[in-house]
Each structure stands twice: as C-alpha cells, then as structure tokens.
Design a protein around this ligand. Structure first.
Ligand SMILES: [Zn+2]
Length: 160
C-alpha cells in the first residue's frame, strides 16, 4: 500500500466519535513495511475494546474504528477471519463491530465481522510454508484481502 502519514490517518476515519479521534493512538509508522500491507491495523493499548483499520480507497485514506467484545469465541474450535480468510484458533478471532458512518452509527447501527484479534491480517497472509508458486499465491491472497477490507469499509459508509 501507499504509505500513510500521521495526518492521513487522523483525517481518515469515517465512523469515529470526536472523543475517539482526540485520543487516537498512532502506531509506529517508521517501522512499517508499506509494500507488504493492504491496510494498517492496530489495537488500542489504552482501550482494549478498540481497534483501527486504515487503507486507501480511490486514493483517499479511509479508516474505521472497530469495537471488540470482552469475551472470546469458544476455545478448542477454529474460526475464520472474514478479511484474510485465515483459519485460526477461535480465541484469536473476534467478532468486531464497526459503527456505521454518520447518523446511523450514532443511533447504534453497526456491522459485525469476525476478524483476526490483532488486526494483523497483512502479516498473516504472507506466512506460508514454501511453495513453488509462492509469489502468485501471496499476490492472490493480497488481492482478496484488499477487496474484502474495501468492501467492509464501503458497507460501514453506506447508509442503511
Ligand atoms: Zn485476518
């Protein structure tokens, strides 16, 4: 992905409250390997129930705030992340909810999706056992992940 600046990130959120924007934690951008990412995703170290995803959509940085539930899915089963399609132990996938943009979100309307707990899908899709078509394989995963995260954000922005 094209690199994001702190200003890009701060201006990107479509569903954040003024208070959430005010206390938004910015991750360490100088260590980020942008060309191995479809989005920037991070959890809030000071507010365990919050997470953030920012990606480019039509050349605009577009971000969503996600809320995580307190509990986990049942242990001992596996679950699939709806963004990266990785199967993981169920404790590592959470049902995040994204308030819809605008008035709908302020009225409590939100969209839920099972997503990797650490929002690190771009790292996960690049971890594979060696294979002959490694590059094509990861490129296909990357294209799928980008499409799904953009669709999710578009859903958040769409009036219900
Ligand atoms: Zn994932």
């Amino acid at each position: 992905m094209k690199p994001l600046t702190e200003a890009d990130i701060r201006s990107s959120f479509v569903n954040a409250t003024p208070e959430q924007l005010h206390r938004l934690p910015i991750p360490g951008l100088h260590e980020t390997i942008w060309n191995e990412r479809e989005f920037l995703g991070w959890r809030d170290p000071a507010a365990a129930h919050l997470g953030y995803i920012v990606h480019w959509m039509d050349d605009r940085p577009t971000g969503i705030v996600l809320r995580a539930p307190n509990g986990s899915l049942r242990t001992g089963i596996s679950a699939m992340c709806s963004l990266c399609h990785s199967s993981q132990p169920a404790t590592q996938v959470k049902l995040f909810t994204a308030p819809r943009a605008g008035e709908a979100g302020r009225n409590g309307n939100s969209i839920g999706s099972y997503i990797c707990e650490d929002l690190a899908c771009p790292l996960l899709i690049r971890i594979t056992p060696p294979r002959a078509d490694q590059r094509e394989f990861i490129e296909a995963r990357s294209a799928g992940l980008l499409r799904r995260v953009q669709n999710f954000t578009a859903d958040v922005m769409r009036a219900p």
